[in-house]
Design a protein around this ligand. Sequence first.
Ligand SMILES: Nc1ncnc2c1ncn2[C@@H]1O[C@H](COP(=O)(O)OP(=O)(O)O)[C@@H](O)[C@H]1O
Ligand SMILES: [Mg+2]
Length: 283
Amino acid sequence: MTTTTLANDLDIRGLGKRYASTQAKGGSLQVLQAIDLHIPSGQFVSIVGASGCGKSTLLRLILGLDADYEGQILLDGAPITGTGRERGIVFQDHRLFPWLSVEQNIAVGLRNAPFTQDQKRDLVRQHVALVGLEGFERSFPHQISGGMAQRVAIARGLVNRPRVLLLDEPFGALDALTRSRLQGELQRIWQKERITMLLVTHDVEEAVFLGDQVVVMQPYPGRIRRIVPVELPHPRNRSDPAFIRIRDDVLSDFFDASAVGPSETVPTKPGFSPRGSAVQLAW
Ligand SMILES: Nc1ncnc2c1ncn2[C@@H]1O[C@H](COP(=O)(O)OP(=O)(O)O)[C@@H](O)[C@H]1O
Ligand SMILES: [Mg+2]
């Protein structure tokens, strides 16, 4: 693995984060510890880990919502400062404004962008098409499905042409069919746009289906347990034995008691194997 930073690479070095806590020893809770992550420009990185291991905190720091951390977050070799157009985010709940139409909600992503009105209109049109929502431009959030609302959120995250898109469990609230359709869509968009994507997910199969590398985190404090490279060509076939082998390898981390918290021990019985068990863990 190279340690040099190339154009648009995202480099996270020795990242640590504490929150003030009256209950924790020393008055603060160590949420992230010694996170080192090198993400080449254009890579798709999946992050999986038990609830509370700091995944959302990590994305918040990369987004620039909180500058109180140890270590470095470098984009294109320069430390990030605050939020910026080059970093977009999509959350689990779509966070659309109910009183704005689909196109107006997407245009919200362009509020502070240095484009003319015509350019903004064009960008919104392109991104409506990118997520397959032509014909729904004037619809309001209550008139579209959960999957479509999440497409709007993805378009809003991309409309500013960010270099990095952060996705925090974007499909977590969707039914299985919609989820798998949107995974395919996200992959198509990623291949077309060639931007760096960081996806936090509870779904190990989703992580392996989409990721060039799968970062497995563990809690107390949140840190990287290991990084699993997924060197299979895209789009991936979920029934390919090589895919299943990697998926089961990542899953096995969650059947090891040290990877989960004290109250989250996974029930096992002698001879139990995660192979063939549900791949979406109910953390
Ligand atoms: N603003 C905050 N103040 C104090 N503690 C927080 C705050 N945000 C998150 N935490 C704590 O940090 C830990 C990690 O949270 P989070 O990043 O949301 O984890 P994850 O996304 O992996 O579930 C949790 O123990 C959570 O309670
Ligand atoms: Mg979270």
